[in-house]
Ligand binder design. Structure first.
Ligand code: CP
Length: 305
């Protein structure tokens, strides 16, 4: 049985296979219209979501299956052991998608589950987002191998999954991350990426992006803290450090790169509003591809290919 908690268990070839399936499902939805007949996906969220929830729910519907949305706070996961509740859940559904605050809790779910568990984003990884990102990149360039991506922002869960996937599929990834979000730290992942020679880190933004094919940014503050008054001081500290690294017209002046963002966007912070609508922006296409990523991932973990 296969879980998708991050990309550690997958080779580059297997990641490309999922990306290619996403592209194929997008081109030929009719081939998969009844693939998941009678199948049920439980989607459990400890945190808010727009894209992850919608894309997985629509993916199940469009492939003939059914999805159950479960707000963590409205379940007995809140008052019981995650292991026991997952043991039960996995006896009634075919697959579980979970957005958890802690990766360690997701690992407990995977251990308890009789069915595949998909990581819908935790503090360390966001693999289904990055499959959508690679689908978008392959659609634009026709290949992944040798493509140059620069990630600009805070080193976080998305950054980890980008580093892991890009270096496995033969892309060159440069990270420009003046702040490291400590809960996301995974030294093993970074060591592995370093060994490939395909990941480098710098604080020279303009030099990094001048010959990049794609420039990617993300929120500077984890979504659950963005409006939290208790986080106000840290938020101000981060703004001061990060503002020179905003994706804006001046910083992008020398670059012809496509602009990416996994959304939700905080306009005027990590990216200026005009860059979201710029002709180089592929942000909305990228978000649309979450649907094809969801379909490809569900089909993969359920053993359809
Ligand atoms: N990018 C992403 O995961 O979006 P949501 O948080 O809205 O699901």
């Amino acid at each position: 049985m296969m879980h998708l908690l991050n990309f550690k268990e997958l080779s580059g070839r297997q990641i490309v296979e999922i990306v290619d399936k996403g592209i194929e499902v997008k081109r030929h939805p009719e081939r998969y219209r009844s693939s998941l007949d009678g199948k049920t996906l439980a989607m459990i969220f400890q945190k808010t979501s727009t894209r992850t929830r919608v894309s997985f729910e629509v993916a199940m519907t469009q492939m003939g299956g059914h999805a159950i949305y479960m707000d963590w706070r409205a379940t007995n996961f809140t008052i019981a052991d995650i292991y026991d509740e997952t043991q039960y859940l996995s006896r009634n559904v075919d697959c579980i998608l979970a957005r958890m605050l802690r990766h360690s809790d997701l690992q407990v779910m995977a251990k308890a589950s009789r069915v595949p568990v998909i990581n819908g984003c935790d503090e360390k990884y966001h693999p289904t987002q990055v499959i959508a990102d690679l689908i978008t990149i392959k659609e634009k360039k026709g290949r992944l191998d040798g493509v140059k991506l620069v990630y600009v922002g805070v080193h976080n869960n998305v950054c980890n999954s980008l580093i892991e996937a890009c270096t496995k599929v033969g892309m060159e990834i440069t990270t420009v991350t003046p702040i490291f979000n400590e809960p996301s730290r995974d030294e093993g992942l970074l060591e592995e990426a370093k060994r490939t020679g395909l990941w480098r880190s710098t604080l020279n933004l303009k030099e990094a992006i001048k010959d990049a094919d794609f420039v990617y940014t993300d929120t500077w503050i984890d979504m659950e803290f963005f409006s939290d008054p208790r986080y106000a001081e840290e938020r101000e500290r981060r703004m001061k450090i990060m503002m020179p690294y905003q994706i804006n017209r001046e910083n992008m002046a020398e670059s012809k790169a496509w602009i990416m963002h996994d959304m939700p966007i905080h306009r005027g912070y990590e990216i200026s509003p005009d860059m979201i609508e710029d002709s180089r922006s592929i942000i909305y296409e990228q978000s649309e591809n979450r649907l094809y990523s969801a379909k490809a991932v569900i089909l993969k973990v359920l053993g359809f290919y």
